[in-house]
Write a protein of this length. Structure first.
Length: 67
């Protein structure tokens, strides 16, 4: 959509990836997703979190123990 000139955003706390931590760059699943989001923010479109759209708290996977 962004490539076709539409105004788009990615909801980053609702984004997940198919990432194998056993392959390069050898980081956790959550860090792998974070790297993809950083790439999208740099090259494709801005991002928001779910709380900016619906209020409340941003979503966080229970297994994600990062700060």
């Amino acid at each position: 959509m962004a490539k076709n000139g539409k105004n788009v955003v990615l909801m980053r706390d609702m984004t997940d990836t198919m990432y194998n931590p056993q392959r390069a760059p050898m980081v956790s699943h959550f860090r792998g997703t974070e790297l993809i989001i950083e790439h999208i923010e740099k090259y494709v479109c801005p991002t928001v979190t779910s709380d900016q759209i619906i209020g409340g708290e941003p979503f966080r996977f229970k297994a994600d123990t990062r700060k």
